[in-house]
Design a protein around this ligand. Structure first.
Ligand code: 6PG
Length: 251
């Protein structure tokens, strides 16, 4: 299933975007060949914007690709801070993706907990899960927060230890919004997990995750059961890494 914990660093945006896009295309080909469908869970935030726009330019059998969310802020789906809005604008709308191929967190539910429960039912139904089973996404795209969070799994939260849920509500604050997130268990069952990291302010978190394995940081709890784990970073985010921790991406 590929590398676990490999770090690839790029000096230029074009090189990084091209690499990640080729990974997406390769995983799509592998998934369709083996299963006739690719399931992908996408994170929000700013880093993936250019990546998702590049994905939308790919000539792929999008009718066989299912898009899910890694996490969502509990805001209206057309809100400024909505992850769905960003994914829709960068990927789904340009592709005119059929609604039946899109599985999002329903933030119109009365509460984050209701939204999390509804998303769990959506996952269980689509992946035809028996109780105790976890969905196995073909690819999950993750970001890294300066504090070491990923998805909406934040330091100090008991969630990373949760083995009984597929999705959970995360009560935060008005600035970060309450959230709904996939659990670590679900993420770790993916076939391919790709972290995208940009910004010098992420350098310490990246070092703690990939070198120090500091599991107080939720991102360090990401470790595929049987899959590939890649960290794809812009050079400024890798500034604190020791030379032998990473390889330089091909331009
Ligand atoms: C979110 C994301 C979150 C994100 C990181 C990095 O809802 O914000 O899912 O986990 O990936 O915070 O965000 P940036 O890419 O904006 O730095």
């Amino acid at each position: 299933m590929g590398d676990v914990g490999k770090v690839i660093v790029f000096d230029d945006k074009a090189g990084l975007v091209s690499f990640v896009t080729r990974k997406w295309q390769g995983i799509c080909a592998e998934s369709l060949d083996k299963r006739g469908c690719m399931t992908a869970a996408l994170s929000g935030g700013n880093t993936p914007v250019d990546i998702y726009r590049a994905f939308a330019q790919c000539d792929l059998p999008w009718e066989n690709i299912r898009i899910f969310q890694v996490d969502e802020r509990f805001v209206p789906k057309d809100g400024r801070d909505s992850n769905y809005r960003m994914i829709r604008e960068t990927l789904l709308d340009p592709l005119s993706m059929p609604k039946e191929n899109i599985h999002v967190v329903d933030t119109s539910k009365p509460s984050p907990d209701d939204a999390a429960k509804a998303y769990e039912q959506e996952l269980a139904g689509f992946f035809r899960l028996q109780p105790g089973e976890f969905p196995r996404f073909d690819i999950i795209m993750l970001g890294l927060g300066e504090d070491g969070h990923t998805a909406s799994l934040f330091p100090g939260s008991p969630l990373p230890d949760d083995t009984n849920h597929l999705a959970q509500a995360v009560m935060l604050d008005s600035e970060r919004h309450d959230r709904i997130t996939l659990t670590v268990q679900v993420i770790n069952h993916a076939r391919h997990i790709i972290f995208l990291i940009q910004g010098a302010h992420k350098a310490l978190a990246l070092k703690k995750v990939v070198e120090e394995k500091d599991t107080t940081l939720p991102a360090a709890r990401i470790n595929p059961v049987d899959g590939e784990l890649l960290f794809v970073a812009y050079s400024e985010a890798a500034d604190l890494l020791t030379e032998n921790t990473y390889t330089r991406g091909e331009p």
